[in-house]
Design a protein around this ligand. Sequence first.
Ligand SMILES: Cc1cc2nc3c(=O)[nH]c(=O)nc-3n(C[C@H](O)[C@H](O)[C@H](O)COP(=O)(O)OP(=O)(O)OC[C@H]3O[C@@H](n4cnc5c(N)ncnc54)[C@H](O)[C@@H]3O)c2cc1C
Length: 464
Amino acid sequence: MYQSVTADDVACLRQIAGDENVLVSREALQMYAHDETVGVYAEPEVVVRATSAQQVSQVFQLAQRRRIPVTPRGAGYGLSGGAVPSCGGIVLTLEKMNHILEIDKENLMVVVEPGVITGDIHRAVEAEGLFYPPDPASLDSCSIGGNIAECAGGPRAVKYGVTMHYVCGLQAVLPDGEIIHCGGKLVKNVTGYNLAQLLTGSEGTLAVVTQIILKLVPLPRYQVDLLAPFDSFQAAADTVSRIIANRVLPTTIEFMERDSLLAVEKLLGREVPFRDAAAHLLIQLDGNHLPSVEADMEIVGDLCVEGGAIDLLVARDRATRDRLWEARRKIIDALKHASPVNHMEDVVVPRARIPDLLKAIDAISAEHGLRIMSFGHAGDGNVHVNVLKDDMPLEQWAQLIPAIADQVYRLAISLGGTITGEHGIGAIRRQYLPLALEQAQIDVMRRIRDAFDPNHILNPEKIF
Ligand SMILES: Cc1cc2nc3c(=O)[nH]c(=O)nc-3n(C[C@H](O)[C@H](O)[C@H](O)COP(=O)(O)OP(=O)(O)OC[C@H]3O[C@@H](n4cnc5c(N)ncnc54)[C@H](O)[C@@H]3O)c2cc1C
């Protein structure tokens, strides 16, 4: 169905993007053959580093003429194989379009190119007293274009929502090469279908985003963080429900189980605070009025103690806060260190059902004799479930993982949840889509994709 990239195509791409931005060396093709998803690998035939929307448009015109698949790529930090070129062809990386174009303080908006690293946006707007809340744990590595494509979330989603809640406008290139401008620096806009929101979370299957307008909010003046260790996971999970029911809205409520903490210790080579606790809650509150932030923290602290917290560690300055967050930020690396072959799921359930989810996951772990470590965003119901291969023979592991994934997905769905909260369907969850969505929904989604890309040259073999 697709054509291979020829020497003529490479010459044409060099004319479009310049010699230095068209890569065909072995090392380059290997470098762009994977993201951060364990076990997903496919080499492109050529890599193009675009520097403008016009170049993206010209690449698409060539790809359409020649029926060559195009896979957009940000920083390659995805966890569902979305940037992996499953059908070969062109990897179109936006890494060189990495400029913050404008911080508009009058309209509280920032205009950026897709290759900007998300943490750089945070730092740039915070220097102006403004705040871009979405904070994926990968923020110092991933790009904002990838965040738009995945509708990335992060710990602060509890209070501030996820990427889609900040996208006001997009410039994007359609697979036929047409450049469109959706939305703008507008807080309200109901002019036709909201294509900027449709593209957000579309996993690079509908268009390539080349410029982004994001809403900002004022930077909260005060922030207090609290680490609460519990000697049972159930007690920690019940405390989360009680905090929410008390109508205090923390910025984040993260949880970590003991096994994950011990894995972090091994990676860091030193002890983490409260290493013997069965579970930790990491709670952050922010606001502009210090007495009310402190008053809310008092309520949260009391609820933790009533709920069985063994101790409380409060951070009011950056150094202490970084110490409290270090273990949480290192978990994914620590799990890879503990077992280089592992499998991560990203299910989401109504937050009150987290205890039920974790209890059932313990049973799945016992049933298969595999270590399963869970951590994640207790405040929004999004749990990262990590299955470790350890010393199980590879063949047995490869047979078991689809069955375990199926069990975990059915479990999340039975609790009113779904199969991915922030990492996306990508290449690795395609076959499970019918578990989570009605056939009629899948059919509508396919027709939307066909409307954007009738020849299926953009990021094939993703989502469906
Ligand atoms: C250690 C670690 C921690 C993480 N923590 C979080 C977390 O807390 N929350 C969270 O949500 N995710 C998290 N992730 C997952 C990942 O970082 C996010 O999905 C992120 O949005 C990926 O961005 P990227 O630039 O690396 O995208 P890539 O991996 O390069 O691409 C991801 C997808 O976006 C598409 N894409 C990229 N750029 C564009 C564009 N300009 N136009 C159209 N499509 C495009 C690609 O085709 C692909 O489908 C984590 C990953 C790691 C490794």
